[in-house]
Ligand binder design. Structure first.
Ligand SMILES: Cc1ncc(C[n+]2csc(CCOP(=O)(O)OP(=O)(O)O)c2C)c(N)n1
Ligand code: SF4
Length: 279
């Protein structure tokens, strides 16, 4: 049996869930493959993993895999993840969200989970649009773009998701595109190894909505755009601001140490128990 076939049987809930809902050529399936390979490579048991999502095309991902999974409400995946990590610290908690899910309705949860350094690996699939609801602009849609909710052009400037995560306190931040599938797998592996709030931003393509809006209907064309506009972080350090304009910097952007929320919480609980006993 080929390795890919072996992973399909091992990790996918193939019996009832397929065919999946994603459009032909959508980038989310490439991320799913990279995530499964990274998990398999580390050798976690399926029962040790909790995979959580909110709502959106990206939010459907956990329904297809045979881990402990939770499909929650829009923008709230990190609140469920925080609760699970505090209640069962031994579990490996992974969250997958779209750019809207993570930085619009869930933006507050995203920055505070980073600030608290909750030990969760968060994967943000950035397709620069609200895919599931029909191509409305999101916090990562380019300025000026005509979308279904900005017919005269988007008035807002896009977030840099990695910059936001790093500034808010995430201890590991990385970016890849789905074109760079092997790098993506490597970045997810590193994020999973990290204790603390780790974020991997995945630049993905939504040919159905975003592709049409920017005049690129073919997924191949969109992936070539990812290939041609990506710059490795090591190379980016040698380039100026102008040369990096509109480029996608890929690789590890932040890697630092800080104490995690669940360990601080355990310490606090132990201290309060000691003080109660002394009364
Ligand atoms: C509370 C709430 N508000 C709005 C919606 C409608 N809604 C569903 S998915 C979505 C946006 C999806 O965009 P994104 O998170 O970027 O994910 P994608 O579909 O692009 O993967 C919205 C606004 C909802 N389900 N719940
Ligand atoms: S609408 Fe876009 S993001 Fe959603 S499944 Fe289709 S191509 Fe993928």
């Amino acid at each position: 049996m080929k390795q890919s076939e072996h992973l399909i049987y091992k990790y996918l809930r193939s019996s009832k869930r397929f065919p999946h809902i994603w459009c032909p050529g959508c980038g989310i399936g490439i991320l799913l493959g990279a995530l499964i390979r990274a998990i398999d490579d580390i050798g976690y048991s399926k029962d040790d993993i909790v995979l959580i999502s909110g709502i959106g095309c990206s939010g459907r991902l956990p329904t297809y895999v045979d881990f402990n999974t939770l499909h929650t409400t829009h923008g709230r995946a990190l609140t469920f993840a925080t609760g699970i990590k505090l209640a069962r610290p031994s579990l490996k908690v992974i969250v997958v969200m779209g750019d809207g899910d993570a930085t619009a309705i869930g933006g507050n949860h995203f920055i505070h989970a980073a600030r608290r350094n909750v030990d969760v690996t968060t994967i943000v699939i950035n397709n620069q649009t609200y895919g599931m609801t029909g191509g409305q602009f999101s916090p990562t849609t380019p300025f000026g773009l005509e979308t279904s909710s900005s017919p005269y052009g988007n008035l807002e400037h896009p977030f840099d998701i990695c910059g936001l995560a790093g500034e808010a306190g995430a201890t590991f931040v990385a970016r890849s595109t789905v074109y760079h599938a092997r790098l993506l797998e490597e970045m997810i592996g590193k994020a999973l190894h990290k204790e603390g709030f780790s974020v991997v931003e995945v630049i993905s393509h939504c040919p159905t909505y975003f592709g049409r809006q920017i005049g690129m209907e073919s997924p191949v064309e969109m992936m070539k755009w990812q290939r041609d506009n990506a710059v490795r972080v090591e190379r980016a350090k040698e380039l100026g601001e102008e040369e990096l304009r509109d480029k996608i910097v890929i690789g590890v952007l932040v890697d630092r140490e800080a104490s995690t929320y669940h360990k601080e919480y355990e310490r606090l609980r132990a201290k309060s128990r000691l003080e109660d006993n002394a009364l």
